[in-house]
Ligand binder design. Structure first.
Ligand code: ATR
Length: 279
């Protein structure tokens, strides 16, 4: 049996095990995906342990995505630039680190909006880890017009300044983003504002949102954030973060097995899993 898993702290909430194990079963693969609760101080020991017991691959979630990097044998250039790894693959007894979060976001956007959005004008709300993965991945693919607004302005500025990929980005305040929202046809919401239990909070007013814009909120609990509800009320097309989550997992599955898993089936089991204790 081939062993896979996910490490994080906490980890009990992770929906990856159910999603990945279903695909292993459906493709008749003799494999198992196990959640591992790993404390920060045990991270290096945990990685060594996974190496010696023969783990074939694993996902990395909060708070280990950056801290794990020194303990891996090789890091993919995009993951290196982002400064975070969410997927590890064993190759010739080496652990290679990748970041599939940004590519997962792109796949989800292509599925729900359109195949080619590289020439659109985007606004990212937030400047944390998720924003960085999405921003750097989009720029690495050649998208140029992406501005960033964040509560803490210098963090948005830093994200842009430290990005190794070329672009035409500027950091703006939330207030300025609200005032100039009609400049953007893609809004990418990456902060935790609106996440359960703060389901009535929105990071900004959509007063100036273009009717033909697309709003992507990477939150999926609740399925519909206040921002998404406001956008929908204006007739604007939206998506939540389920697609990004499913596709980042699908990309990991592909790296491990060489098989492209069934996105609909993965989405359905995650929705089912979330359904019970959902806001
Ligand atoms: P993640 O890895 O999910 O991106 P993170 O790195 O902690 O998490 O980033 C959280 C993001 O949400 C940041 O952009 C943060 O803004 P600050 O940089 O100003 O902290 C934003 N955020 C979280 N709570 C917020 C709040 N109550 N109001 C405004 N922004 C908030």
């Amino acid at each position: 049996i081939k062993l896979y898993g996910v490490i994080g702290n906490p980890i009990a909430q992770s929906m990856s095990p159910v999603m990945q194990n279903q695909e292993f079963q459906q493709f008749g693969l003799d494999a198992h995906y196990q959640p591992f609760h790993i404390l920060e101080k045990e991270l290096e020991t945990a990685v060594k342990g996974m190496k010696v017991i023969g783990v074939e691959g694993f996902n990395v979630t909060s708070p280990h995505k950056t801290a794990i990097m020194p303990f891996l044998d090789k890091i993919d250039p995009l993951a290196e630039a982002i400064g975070a790894v969410n997927t590890v693959v064993r190759k010739n007894d080496e652990f290679h680190g990748y970041n599939t979060d940004g590519d997962g976001f792109i796949r989800a956007l292509q599925a729900d909006w359109k195949e080619d959005f590289m020439n659109e004008r985007a606004l990212i709300i937030g400047a944390g880890g998720a924003a960085k993965a999405i921003f750097y991945t989009l720029l690495s693919k050649g998208m140029a017009h992406i501005d960033i607004c964040n509560r803490t302005a210098f963090k948005a500025k830093k994200l842009i300044e430290e990005c190794p990929y070329e672009g035409k980005s500027k950091a703006i305040s939330i207030a300025e983003a609200e005032d100039t929202l009609e400049h953007y046809n893609l809004i990418i919401q990456t902060t935790s504002i609106g996440m359960y239990p703060d389901i009535y909070k929105s990071p900004m007013s959509v007063k100036n949102l273009l009717p033909e814009a697309f709003v992507s909120d990477i939150i999926y609990n609740p399925f519909e954030t206040a921002l998404i509800k406001d956008a929908k009320q204006k007739g604007v097309k939206t998506q939540n973060g389920l697609g990004m989550f499913v596709y980042q997992g699908a990309l990991a599955f592909e790296k491990w097995t060489g098989i492209a898993p069934d996105i609909t089936r993965m989405t359905n089991i995650v929705v089912e899993q979330l359904g019970g204790n959902h806001a």
